[in-house]
Design a protein around this ligand. Sequence first.
Ligand code: AMP
Length: 298
Amino acid sequence: MQTITTVAELRRALAKVRRAGKRIGLVPTMGYLHDGHLALVEASRAQCDVTVVSIFVNPTQFGPTEDLSTYPRDFLRDEKLCRDAGVAVVFAPDVQEVYPAQFQTFVEPGELAKPLCGAFRPGHFRGVATVVCKLFNMVQPDVAFFGQKDFQQCAVVRRMAIDLNLPIEVVTVPTVRESDGLAMSSRNRYLDDEERRGALAISRALFAAADEFRSGEREVEKLISVAKQHLQTVDRLQYFELIDCDTLKPAESPVRRSAALCVAAYIGSTRLIDNVILVLPIQHHGSEAMDDAGLSHL
Ligand code: AMP
């Protein structure tokens, strides 16, 4: 495995790979890797010949009062995890390499970046779209892998690739969870024991609503109220919404298209997000059989 820190060196290394006709997979991360990131690596290794993991804590996606300076980092551990996982290249540029002096050109996402996290983190998706576009241009992968945990990010990146004619397939990998259901996140390390227990309310709320949905409930209000009963214990609920998967706008009631329940909540001072996708059953001759393929990670 190679660790590369400059774009010039990365281009040299990957030119050879490309000339050999090999398929390149990119897994963009901010480091402090966990099994969720490693599931993206695994998906890349299954579909590509060479996997590049980028590790870059991107300053442009953090707001002025957010946790950029305290974001957890452990580069040596990340490198080892990548090596053990069969990654070919770790690309770990510093901030100047990505945003040199005079940098002034950004990617501005549209409607998909406005609701949910976009409403509470102004400029966040502009920063995400910009850095992902830059990483796509630096690495020029055939496929890029993103986690469903960041549902809105997946939608924004997928749209950007289409809108800007980037010849890159964007793959979404299901959320990896701790054994008790909490979605894995680098930010979970901020939680003390009591908060860690409290954080379980988030996944419980989502699963409770998903269960209701599987049992046939289609009224949005009902699904949300079932979930909210579990959220009494969170310190501050930022949003809890049932949205249309394509537009990210509130789903119409009763739910007739694929929808997702998305939540952002503070546990102490830690902001966590999570979601589940509610998949409508395939109608077999008018029967109500449930195709739960999309919910298999629950
Ligand atoms: P981050 O380092 O938090 O920016 O995440 C890098 C990538 O890993 C993003 O595409 C995330 O959606 C993905 N990711 C983070 N946590 C998980 C998880 N628990 N399961 C699956 N993917 C994840």
